[in-house]
Design a protein around this ligand. Structure first.
Ligand code: ADP
Ligand code: ADP
Length: 227
């Protein structure tokens, strides 16, 4: 089953002489449960692509379908709800809210939509992430690896269609990096959680089922390495 389809996606930043074509007519589909690595040189358009997949930015041209919903046909309010329910975003620098506890950071996407927190689901996620004894801590009381585990919890709590991670291990040492990748892969394999990871770490790309290379805003390679 296709969970994501993008059609002729283009993004131009700015206008006239200073316009930058960051993404140029990119199309591909992702199956539910796939783990896709997106690679490519700095400035090639990877983050732009990820933001467009996550409904964070508006494309100049083209469409994004998530679970058959044409996300840029939604209005602002619908798109905000869509993002919180269907997209789990993980960033290099965690993007946690400093004045909220670990538990509040994790459950925030639900609270914003006034959804009940499923306590069983929360405690299961927190236990897998080894954060059970950290729930009342603030982000600055945690190590980098722990902060990234909190952001994984926040990404997973609404059972999203897709997890999008932008260099999720870019700020971590090798031990913490493999811990984070092992957790992401565990959720991918055990719970069939679709996972798209931007990386310039070849060792991480080689762990994916499929590698998509972006160069100069264009799809340069799309290779299934683990059918
Ligand atoms: P990558 O993630 O592969 O490093 P990006 O998607 O961040 O690439 O950037 C692609 C191109 O778009 C680059 O030339 C970058 O300078 C440009 N770009 C990215 N964001 C903006 C923006 N908000 N305004 C103008 N240009 C941008
Ligand atoms: P890791 O092995 O995950 O990198 P660290 O060696 O950074 O962990 O931290 C060891 C322990 O110290 C962690 O359990 C963490 O909760 C705690 N810790 C790390 N940084 C801080 C901090 N700034 N304030 C309070 N506790 C911290």
């Amino acid at each position: 089953m296709e969970i994501l389809k993008i059609e002729n996606l283009s993004k131009v930043y700015g206008k006239g002489d200073t316009a930058v074509k960051a993404l140029d007519n990119v199309s591909f589909s992702v199956k539910k449960g796939e783990f896709v690595a997106i690679i490519g040189p700095s400035g090639s358009g990877k983050s732009t692509l990820l933001h467009l997949l996550g409904g964070v930015d508006q494309p100049t041209n083209g469409k994004v379908f998530v679970d058959n919903t044409d996300i840029y046909a939604l209005n602002e309010t619908q798109l905000a709800i869509f993002r919180r329910r269907q997209i789990g975003l993980i960033y290099q620098f965690y993007n946690l809210i400093p004045i909220l506890t670990v538990e509040e950071n994790i459950t925030l996407p639900l609270l914003l939509d006034e959804h009940q927190v499923d306590q069983k689901q929360l405690s299961d996620i927190v236990e897998i992430l080894n954060l059970t004894n950290r729930l009342t801590h603030l982000p600055n009381q945690l190590s980098g690896g722990q902060q990234q585990r909190v952001s994984i919890g926040r990404a997973l709590i609404s059972n999203p269609a897709i997890i999008l991670a932008d260099e999720p291990t870019g700020n971590l040492d090798s031990k913490n990096s493999s811990e984070i990748m092992d957790l992401l892969k565990m959720f991918n394999k055990t719970f069939n959680q679709t996972l798209i990871v931007i990386t310039h770490d070849e060792q991480i790309a080689l762990q994916a089922d499929r590698v998509i290379a972006i160069e100069d805003g264009k799809l340069a390679r799309d290779e299934v390495i683990r059918p």
